[in-house]
Write a new protein. Structure first.
Length: 386
């Protein structure tokens, strides 16, 4: 292990480790953002054109489930703007009424305090689930009371303002500050009474088995149900987010190529230096009858050894750093900008495999030039001037 060989191994190690970490972070961003967006909006939302309320929710749900096997879940909701007040502060919120028996909202799986209890009680206060960011602004905790102000009916008249008191039963956190500070969840029946809409709903959250069929379902279901039903997919509702994700992934092939090329240049330089240093030994071997392909094989093996050691070390470093971030969340992020509270990591075997194979192939190819050069050395000249 000469100093030059060690430097070449370090170059391959850093290139492989940096690529795996970069791909793991980008995949983590994509997975986390998609997961958060889907958990709040589902794969698709059915709602009334021009925000009209939808009567006969049960019939619409039954029809969709019977005619479209691709739909795995459909949950009604009633969502309207309102105000929430505590003893500490008052803020604007989006009140979302959900059916506890048929609820696919994000808050159910992201509780950090209390319990997800939106069952309607015969006596006492009804429950409400709020985000952690909103709870901090209102300075409320689980068990404390809040008041919701809403404008009921189909017209936005101040004369129809209604007030209901709720008890905070749970606090959720998704890492997306925009949602954690805006959405509050109550029982669907409580929301219907609050907004005075009878048994009508605002729309339906829809989950499907194959997201590739979202676009066709978004066209077929509203046509089947008729006016005023209208559908939007998660890609349409959050076009900017998904465009940003795709933009982040486009430079990856270029970055992948450049970093690996830099690492393989080190391998070429190392083997060329070795060829010059071992010229006398190469001439001696050729004089003793060693064939050119055997000499070529020696330097190709040396290049592959450098690539193999560097790749294994790079994989170990990348896995260790990614595991530390997953376990201890060492790098925080402002949730108001990145829609998450820490750097996300997706430890995908595919990323390790692709980067490792690419590095080994590049090391093999970069070994061929010095190896061929070594095999073509004239033994007489090398021994004469050695």
């Amino acid at each position: 292990m000469s100093l030059i060989t060690s430097i070449a191994i370090i170059g391959v190690t850093l290139g492989v480790a940096s690529l795996i970490i970069t791909l793991s972070i980008l995949d983590g961003f994509e997975r986390t953002i998609k997961s958060n967006v889907i958990s709040f909006t589902a794969h698709m939302q059915l709602f009334g054109f021009d925000n009209q309320i939808l009567p006969n929710a049960d019939k619409a749900m039954q029809r969709v489930m019977e005619r479209y096997p691709e739909v795995t879940e459909i949950a009604p909701y009633l969502a309207r703007e309102g105000m929430i007040r505590s003893t500490g502060d008052i803020d604007g919120v989006l009140i979302k009424g959900v059916d506890p028996a048929n609820d696919i909202s994000a808050a159910k799986k992201r509780l950090v305090d209390g319990k997800y209890d939106l069952e309607e009680s015969e006596t006492g206060l009804q429950g409400i689930i709020i985000g952690k960011r909103l709870a901090e602004r209102l300075r409320v905790a689980v068990g404390e009371k809040t008041i919701l102000y809403a404008i009921g009916g189909t017209s936005l008249s101040l004369a129809q303002t209604r007030i209901m008191q709720f008890e905070v039963r749970g606090i959720y956190e998704t890492g997306m500050a925009e949602y954690d500070g805006m959405f509050v969840y109550v029982n669907l029946k409580s929301a219907q009474r609050l907004f005075q809409v009878g048994r009508a709903v605002s729309g339906f959250d829809v989950m499907v088995s194959d997201v590739e069929k979202l676009e066709s379902l978004a066209q077929d279901i509203p046509m089947d149900l008729g006016y005023p039903f209208f559908a939007r997919t998660m890609y349409q509702m959050y076009r900017n987010l998904f465009t940003w994700i795709e933009l982040q992934k486009k430079p990856i092939p270029i970055i992948l190529g450049l970093i690996i090329i830099v690492a393989t240049v080190n391998v070429i330089g190392t083997l060329l230096m070795m060829v010059l240093e071992k010229a006398k030994e190469i001439g001696t071997l050729a004089t003793l009858g060693m064939r050119k392909r055997h000499i070529t094989r020696i330097f190709v093996s040396q290049g592959m050894l450098i690539g193999l050691i560097g790749t294994l070390l790079g994989n170990a470093i990348a896995f260790g750093l990614c595991w530390l971030e997953l376990r201890y969340r060492l790098i925080p992020l402002p949730s108001g900008i990145y829609f998450m509270t820490h750097v996300p990591i997706d430890l995908s075997f595919q990323n390790f495999l692709v980067v490792s194979l690419s590095a080994l192939v590049m090391c093999f190819l970069s070994s061929l030039v010095p190896a061929r050069l070594a095999a073509r050395l004239d033994p007489v000249r090398t021994l004469r001037f050695a």
